[in-house]
Design a protein around this ligand. Sequence first.
Ligand SMILES: CC(C)(COP(=O)(O)OP(=O)(O)OC[C@H]1O[C@@H](n2cnc3c(N)ncnc32)[C@H](O)[C@@H]1OP(=O)(O)O)[C@@H](O)C(=O)NCCC(=O)NCCS
Length: 156
Amino acid sequence: MFKNSKPPSASRTEVSRIVRPLDANTMGTGYGGYIMDWMDMTASICARRHSNLRVNTVSVENLRFDRPLIIGHVAKIIASVTRTFNTSMEVMVSLFDEDTFQSTIVPAGSAVFILVGMDQNCKPVRVPDLIPETDAEKALWKEAGKRRVRRNKGKH
Ligand SMILES: CC(C)(COP(=O)(O)OP(=O)(O)OC[C@H]1O[C@@H](n2cnc3c(N)ncnc32)[C@H](O)[C@@H]1OP(=O)(O)O)[C@@H](O)C(=O)NCCC(=O)NCCS
């Protein structure tokens, strides 16, 4: 096992921000491009906390916007490392629309990010292992492995 192995809880990252009028699309709800930026930023902070390295996003998969973000509500984004490989980390990002006036929160989207740990010379470098602890974390770890197999099959 590689040194500095960590559980997902050590790097779980939550970011919240008000969805402002300037964040709107032409339908008056949150603009997807900006939301992707917030999700990528949250995934990056999570991967940095896990690896203690600079990180590069190499892939975003299964990006879904299931509900619009309402202007004036809060976008809540949660990122967790689901599995590490050699130099790469899979980070699951969940997006929520929180209405702080009504105290309600609903799932609004999700995506699977792959980020790579980078050394001082901007070359990929080995990242610490992830040790899943809970049953849910172990299930996500297994699913991440299956996604990796499917991804690598697609290369040939
Ligand atoms: C990050 C980068 C240097 C990696 O270079 P590379 O030649 O792909 O290096 P490798 O082939 O050794 O791949 C490194 C890791 O990334 C993974 N990877 C690379 N491309 C991937 C992709 N499209 N999807 C999933 N994983 C990918 C590889 O599987 C490998 O993981 P592993 O070491 O855990 O097995 C290069 O892809 C790059 O510079 N990409 C641009 C990143 C960027 O600018 N992002 C936006 C700013 S954050």
